[in-house]
Ligand binder design. Structure first.
Ligand code: TRP
Length: 336
């Protein structure tokens, strides 16, 4: 008998461009996991409403991210859109009653976001506070065994397990699987404009390199990468050089990596050689992805339909869980 594959679940927020930090740090791993696991990946548009956002952009960002995920190698059958599976929100409501106020109040992501520059003088919504409870619903509704996420999400995963545990205790049954975080070795991609910080969109345009960006812009961004931060780092490699070598390795150009590392060790490394190698590596990757994306865009109508259909398929699992949950907690159920 072949053993049933373990289920992997992860989600990503639609926030515009996909950068190499997103790709090497998370999405590439998602692509690889598809070989070994039964994978389900969501684009979480309900979550994207929790910070001040532009209602005219959300739907476009959602489609754009879906196309980008397909272009880098996610199988359409593994993809769903959160708002096309509204059971997530319903289970989230039920979970509100199994989540401890004190624990949710302690989430560092909430504390960071509610005090960040992006939200300054704006509006802090109940949705932002409740975000991790909806995340618990995303995970538990599919009874996921593993959730590949970065370290910044481990607190949310812990809360998910607590909710599952409390639920199981209350209904007197080991109903929910307690999911494990799947920590895989993923490279730490830095901003090339300021290698002391993570590559990210929130810091501004120069702090991220768009995977689907224009070739010249990628080259320019790498050419102008900061290599020395001015601080003395002693014998250690400067953060800027570490960042460039990391990109080279993440991009799979091991030959250039080892040659240039030898140059560095022999104190003869020309920064321009390193930068050119990084730029060409990223451009080559980007070229393939852009070709895939053009094909997707050319067949947009059909691809959108496929995504809706796959969301409908995945929704069946969510509906079945929700039916059982409503039964267990004493709510009324209608047959459908
Ligand atoms: N909070 C996650 C992040 O910021 C996104 C997310 C939402 C998620 N729901 C999820 C990740 C469920 C894993 C599983 O990256």
């Amino acid at each position: 008998m072949t053993e049933k594959k373990k289920r992997v679940l992860s989600c990503i927020q639609p926030t515009g461009d996909m950068h190499f930090g997103n790709y090497f740090g998370a999405v590439k791993n998602w692509v690889d996991l598809q070989k070994e696991y039964d994978c389900t990946y969501g684009v979480v548009d309900y979550h994207a409403m929790t910070m001040p956002y532009d209602v005219k952009k959300l739907r476009n960002n959602t489609w754009e991210l879906l196309f980008n995920l397909l272009a880098v190698g996610i199988d359409v059958n593994n993809l769903f859109v959160q708002s096309l599976v509204p059971e997530h929100a319903e289970l989230g409501w039920i979970f509100n009653n199994f989540a401890s106020m004190g624990r949710v109040e302690n989430m560092t992501q909430y504390k960071d976001k509610s005090t960040s520059e992006n939200i300054k003088d704006k509006f802090i919504s109940v949705g932002l506070f409740d975000y991790p409870v909806l995340q618990a619903a995303d995970i538990l509704i599919y009874k996921a065994d593993f959730v590949p996420v970065g370290k910044d999400q481990s607190q949310h995963l812990e809360l998910t397990r607590e909710i599952a545990n409390r639920f199981n205790n209350q209904v007197g049954k080991e109903y929910f699987v307690l999911p494990d975080t799947l920590f895989t070795e993923t490279p730490n991609i830095r901003s090339t404009a300021d290698p002391t910080r993570k590559m990210s969109k929130s810091a501004g345009e120069k702090h991220y390199i768009n995977v689907f960006g224009d070739e010249d812009r990628i080259r320019k961004q790498i050419r102008s990468a900061v290599t020395d931060t001015g601080e003395k780092t002693g014998d250690e490699m400067s953060p800027g050089l570490v960042g460039l070598f990391t990109l080279l390795k993440a991009g799979g150009n091991m030959q250039a990596h080892s040659t240039l590392m030898e140059h560095y060790n022999a104190d003869v490394l020309k920064y321009v050689d390193l930068k050119d190698a990084v730029a060409e590596t990223l451009i080559a990757l980007s070229k393939t992805f852009k070709e895939n994306k053009s094909a997707i865009i050319a067949d947009k109508k059909n691809i959108k339909l496929q995504i809706k259909q796959s969301s409908e398929e995945i929704r069946k699992i969510a509906q079945s869980t929700l039916r059982e949950v409503k039964e267990l907690v004493g709510l009324l159920n209608v047959k459908f």
